[in-house]
Design a protein around this ligand. Structure first.
Ligand code: TXA
Ligand code: MG
Length: 329
């Protein structure tokens, strides 16, 4: 399949592509595009056919629903029934990395995997917002990674993984967060966090007054996506939570492996490492995490070791992704 590259790294050219984007989406085509969280692969959320193509392009199981992206409240209202009581809080969080599960109104039931609810998000990424606006319809888009593989946060990874597999790739501003949106259920008195993400529990609490993590993780998957393996490189990745043990371990073993670690730890090692950035600000680590996993996947190393981080603030979401991607030893 021939893939059109739309390059918005040069901002001035955005408007010139409005018609192209509209026509691709109108005929059921798919576009890989950057958001402020990770890259998505999107198509018309009203079209069963377009949504079927998304599942196929990703190799995603059909019972794991897609997030529907909107560029306005008006568009959101066509997709879902937005409870009036959450609108003041929503206005503090949207546009931004928050996905809200609500009653479905107009999204394709292929996108929702037949559920009567739909997950909706208004992205803050300027390229994503413009693309949806140009498309003129809500855009169903899961993260643009092949099912079970790490999400994509760099233009180069979008090109290397989706060239020839999608109608178009939008190159633009790389994600600011590097980790997916926070998914919440708002059917009760306060939001319940079904998937931790770029907004922390404190961010959600301060907008909504209170929030809690879903407590049933162990008994049943909280979102359909949770039962599937996720985010993992195609080669073994081992988690050694404790920093000191991590340093001792990688310094003493031999073999074709690479450490994936913060620069602080990397500097103390006498070997090459894949950087997770400066961890004095954990948002740096979030931003590097999937890029590091993709870097490892593309490298000739046959295994990698990663260390743990404190599980508070954005660290909670980072560790959620690391634990899913690795085997703890
Ligand atoms: O940041 C993000 O959220 C990125 C960018 C592209 O926006 N998208 C993303 O999509 O991460 P995806 O498809 O990889 O993850 C969507 C998650 C899955 O865990 C899915 O099971 C859950 O949201 N989900 C979607 N619709 C749902 C629904 N109706 N009820 C419960 N969970 C739902
Ligand atoms: Mg995903």
């Amino acid at each position: 399949m021939e893939t059109i590259l739309i390059d918005w790294r040069n901002r001035k050219e955005r408007d010139a592509d409005a018609e192209l984007i509209r026509s691709i989406v109108e005929r059921g085509g798919l576009i890989v595009f950057p958001t402020e969280t990770v890259f998505g692969i999107g198509g018309n959320a009203f079209s069963d056919e377009a949504c079927r193509r998304i599942f196929k392009a990703k190799g995603r199981p059909p019972d794991n629903p897609l997030i529907v992206h909107v560029s306005s409240y008006e568009m959101a209202g066509k997709v879902a029934e937005i409870p009036a009581r959450i609108i003041p809080a929503l206005k503090k969080m949207w546009p931004g990395p928050l996905t809200v599960i609500m009653r479905n109104r107009g999204a394709s039931t292929v996108a929702t995997a037949g559920l009567d609810t739909v997950a909706v998000r208004m992205p803050a990424g300027p390229d994503a917002a413009a693309m949806i606006e140009f498309a003129g319809v809500p855009v169903a888009a899961p993260s643009a990674n092949m099912a079970t593989r790490p999400s994509i946060t760099r233009n180069e990874d979008a090109v290397s993984q989706f060239m020839g597999r999608t109608d178009a790739i939008l190159l633009g501003e790389e994600p600011e967060y590097g980790i997916e949106s926070t998914v919440i259920d708002v059917s009760g008195d306060f939001p319940v966090i079904m998937r931790p993400g770029a907004y922390t529990i404190d961010d959600i609490s301060s907008a909504f007054g209170h929030a809690e993590y879903f407590s049933g993780y162990m008994e049943k998957p909280s979102t359909p996506g949770m039962k599937y393996r996720h985010y993992s490189p195609s080669k073994p990745l081992y988690l050694i939570r404790d920093e000191e043990r991590f340093i001792n371990m990688v310094s003493s073993i031999t073999g074709n492996f690479v450490p994936i670690c913060s620069d602080r730890i990397g500097r103390s090692l006498e070997m090459d490492y894949i950087s997770l950035g400066n961890d004095s600000d954990m948002y740096n680590v979030a931003k590097r995490l999937f890029a590091a996993m993709n870097e490892f996947d593309n490298s000739s190393y046959s295994e990698a070791y990663i260390h743990g981080f404190p599980e508070n603030g954005i660290g909670y979401s980072i560790m959620n992704r690391i634990k899913k991607a690795s085997v703890e030893i």
